[in-house]
Every structure is written in structure tokens, then in C-alpha cells.
Design a protein around this ligand. Structure first.
Ligand SMILES: [Zn+2]
Ligand SMILES: [Zn+2]
Length: 308
């Protein structure tokens, strides 16, 4: 027998997936070398592998507004509701998959289910994040949280550090009043005309989803995209450091970019070109307008206690 024939249904000749235990066409059990095959762990009854292809995941995120379809939380699992995973016949399809937060996922798939496939299906039709125009990530920095921020080559550590223009505060990093709490961070990423993409306020992250927006959390890395282009890349592989690998935003009519080589405003390097740290014992306010002017004039920053 040709190897290809082994993967054909004996009953109806339908071409089977290699791990199929049942034929998706005629529903007959698959028999190989005289014995009935059992479903393989990690595969559906019909042989579809559990891993969802990236392109399908991206479609699911877009369809759900990057949040749990029930309550909009951004820490998510991919839940098959139509059909359930073990009954998947041919391939994963975004229409049958919803984003659920760990709580809702547990309410549906835990030992005493309170959520049905039908309810999830109904929510997927009008997902919370798209209905409300926002998805939230509560407790973005969990205690004890990062002690330091690294932006490009710049390490920021202090009681309170503020980066702002004349009219707008872009970044505020504040030490907590209690030891066991994480640092508090306020910042935002906006589009050119001020449309918000992401806000972080007192460590609660809010995203404003659209068909252009995407948000992916994988292990210690977190990335936000606009039109498939990275607009934010954070890395937490060292739990004491929040590494800002990349960020871009419009602030007060200026285009601000954070890269490995430093911080740029309207294409001018503001920080970078060597390792230095900013340590603040009190509140330190860095005025981006002044820095931009200083940089253009080739001067150092006025009134700042910088440790190089
Ligand atoms: Zn068949
Ligand atoms: Zn939820």
C-alpha cells in the first residue's frame, strides 16, 4: 500500500490528516494495520494540531479588539467555541475562536462551567473591546515590579521622573509609597493627530482597538502594532528592569521615537550615544522642548543632575 493511501479513509477515500482518529467526511473511525486509532494528545479527533497559526490568531485578535470578548481584559487565551477544539475537522478558523481572559476561560472550561459555547459565540458577535472602544490590562506592572527602566541606552531610576513638553507630560515614573508595591507609570502612545493608541495610567494599560491595532504578549515580550508596524516593544526578561526596546508616539506635535541607540525627537538624537544613568533623589523633570533646543544649540541640558 502506498503511504498516501494510509491517510485515506477506507470507507469514503477522503484524504485524512496524519493524526486523524476519525474521518471528517463520513465520521467512520480510522483503522490502521487492523486497529482503530485513538485520538492523539495535542490533536483534535480529526487530526488538527492544537497550535493556532499566527495569521489566524491575528484575525481573532482583530475580530475581538485585542481583549476578552466578555470583559475586554487584554491578558488572553484563544478559546474554540464553534466547534470546540477536539471536534475541529479541517483547520483552525478565526470565526470559531474567541479571546477570553484567564477568569472567563476558567468559567467556561473549569470543573464547573458557568459559560457556554453559545454565550461566548454571542459575545464574539459584539466583543466588549469593540463595543466600548477600549480594552484594559489591569496591573500592568505586578508587584514587586521593575525597579528600573531602560529606554534605549538610558537607565532611569529615581523617586519620580517626568519627561514632558511645555504642554504635555509624556512619561511619569514614580516610586511607590510602600515597598511591596511596584513603581507607578503614566505614559501614552498617540497617533499623529492625537488619536490615542495606548494609555498607561497608574499601571492600568488601556488600548483603543481598531482594525489597524494589534497587541501581542509572548513570554517576557510585549508588542503593540499599528498597521502591522511595531509601535511598542517592551521586554521583561529581567524582572527588575523594564526594557523599552522600541516606542513611537506623537507628543505635542513632535514625533518621539525610542530606539536602542537613544531617544529621538523629530529625528534629532536627544539621549544616547553612550551609557549614562539618570538618578533622581527627588522629582526630576526633563523638558523635551528644552532638550531639543539644547541639542540643536550643542549645549548640555540646563539644570539637570545627570550622572554620566
Ligand atoms: Zn470517510
Ligand atoms: Zn474575561
Amino acid at each position: 500500500m502506498d503511504l498516501k493511501d494510509q491517510f485515506k479513509c477506507r470507507n469514503c477515500s477522503f484524504e485524512l490528516l496524519p493524526k486523524a482518529a476519525r474521518c471528517p467526511s463520513c465520521e467512520e473511525p480510522v483503522i490502521l494495520n487492523g486497529s482503530t486509532l485513538k485520538p492523539t494528545t495535542g490533536y483534535s479527533l480529526y487530526g488538527v494540531a492544537r497550535d493556532i497559526p499566527e495569521a489566524i490568531k491575528r484575525d481573532v485578535r482583530r475580530e475581538c479588539g485585542c481583549g476578552c470578548v466578555i470583559d475586554g481584559k487584554m491578558i488572553v487565551a484563544y478559546d474554540h467555541f464553534d466547534p470546540q477544539f477536539h471536534l475541529l475537522k479541517y483547520q483552525h478558523e478565526s470565526a470559531g475562536i474567541a479571546l477570553l481572559c484567564p477568569d472567563c476561560h476558567h468559567r467556561k472550561n473549569g470543573s464547573s462551567p458557568q459559560l457556554t459555547d453559545a454565550q461566548v459565540k454571542k459575545h464574539k458577535e459584539r466583543p466588549y473591546a469593540l463595543r466600548k472602544g477600549k480594552a484594559t490590562y489591569p496591573q500592568f506592572f505586578l508587584p514587586p515590579g521593575p525597579e528600573r527602566f531602560r529606554i534605549g541606552e538610558v537607565v532611569l531610576k529615581g523617586n519620580e521622573l517626568i519627561l514632558q513638553t511645555k504642554n504635555q507630560v509624556w512619561l511619569r515614573i514614580k516610586q511607590p509609597t510602600e515597598d511591596f508595591e511596584p513603581v507607578l507609570v503614566d505614559t501614552f502612545l498617540n497617533l499623529e493627530h492625537g488619536n490615542p493608541l495606548l494609555h498607561l495610567s497608574d499601571n492600568v494599560l488601556t488600548a483603543f482597538p481598531s482594525e489597524h491595532f494589534d497587541f501581542v504578549e509572548k513570554a517576557s515580550s510585549l508588542k503593540a502594532y499599528f498597521d502591522r508596524k511595531v509601535i511598542l516593544h517592551l521586554d521583561r526578561s529581567d524582572s527588575r528592569v523594564m526594557d523599552v526596546k522600541y516606542a513611537e508616539t506623537w507628543i505635542d506635535g513632535n514625533y518621539l521615537q525610542v530606539q536602542d541607540s537613544g531617544i529621538y525627537i523629530n529625528g534629532h538624537l536627544i539621549f544616547g550615544g553612550g551609557d549614562f544613568q539618570i538618578h533622581a533623589t527627588g522629582t526630576i523633570t526633563l523638558n523635551l522642548d528644552l532638550m531639543l533646543q539644547s541639542k540643536l544649540l550643542g549645549e548640555t541640558f540646563p539644570g539637570l543632575d545627570l550622572i554620566w
